[in-house]
Design a protein around this ligand. Sequence first.
Ligand SMILES: [Zn+2]
Length: 402
Amino acid sequence: MKIARPGSPLLLLGSLCASLLGGAQTDPRAEIANLRQHTHPAFTRIVLDIGTLREYTSGELRDPDRVYVDVLQAKLNPILQNQSYPCQAGYISQVRISQKTPSTVRVVADVDFAKVLSYRVYPLFDPFRLVIDIHPVDRAGVHGGADPSGNIPSAKPSGLPPDPAPSGYSMARQLGLGVRTIVIDPGHGGPKPGTIGKSGLQEKTINLDVALALQKLLRDKAGLEAVLTRETDIDVPLENRTVIANQKRADLFVSIHTNAHRDRNRGGVESFYLNISPDPEVNRLAALENATSTKNIGEMKGIIQKIVQNSKIQESRDLADKIQRNLVKSLAKDLPGIQSLGVKGGPFWVLIGGEMPSVLVEISHLSNAREEEKLKTRKYRELAAEGIYDGIMEYIRSLGKG
Ligand SMILES: [Zn+2]
């Protein structure tokens, strides 16, 4: 098995240059108010809530092994000063945070590089936060951890993406058992309604309804495990949605959305997988779905490019393709002639950090009067769920054919 580990191209040592606003603040430092950390058998995600765009550097240090991130022009909430958070994982013992210099805050994860497969550091915006993902070598308990020769830490890094088998994620597939667990992500929720139709109909409501119907189909008709990132009208941060998918060791991740466009004549269905895009329309939509500015989409370009190199892009595209085709076919039963706008790559942040084929579907346009009328109805939402279901099942069947 090829193993990529720190030092390999998998590693994203992000350095984001920020042109800061020349505001007349008394203290130019951004206050870091919160550090969130989720440790799961599959990986650890550390999120630093910063709020204001800041430059940062990251890297690794040895003896003892640690990954660090320095946030510049930042001050730590005094409550967090010198705090440490223990982790219940063999590859990471604790996360620490401190004010390293008067203007630099350092976060350190104490790790065992022999047990770390890869890590990456990337920002998310609005509000600005830094995410540190650390993936262990041994996630499924399949392999006993380190190479018996003990030379893993000194082995030459591999440029290949991690082999999915030992990670446990696609184990069922590797064994020819197909897909078992699907995470469905109804976009937006709570105080974030998503796009709103002329009638006042909110995207979050449609997304949840379709997701619940899809969950029922996957459970009842196919006997698959289907987990929702939210089952009620609550807000779940984008970065937590893939945490749920990774935690559940999902084989597939499908995020459900409803589109909006300033041209109210535009309508139809489109599906996306994670990639950068030269198309300003795609970037506009991604900014909308990410709840950020198109400028911040631009800032993420290099980071997404690196993540895409190591993600399941072909499988995601394949899944998107099958969902798109079946969804259009199903919706056309109630809305003949509904347009297929195709399958595209796009910088959708909710697709970052998922370790399984991941797709974002825009089922129809809430900004289009004809489609809004349909989106109000139970029948059309059921047809949307059926179409996505058919696409997922076609994808699963295609795996069996190898
Ligand atoms: Zn949306």
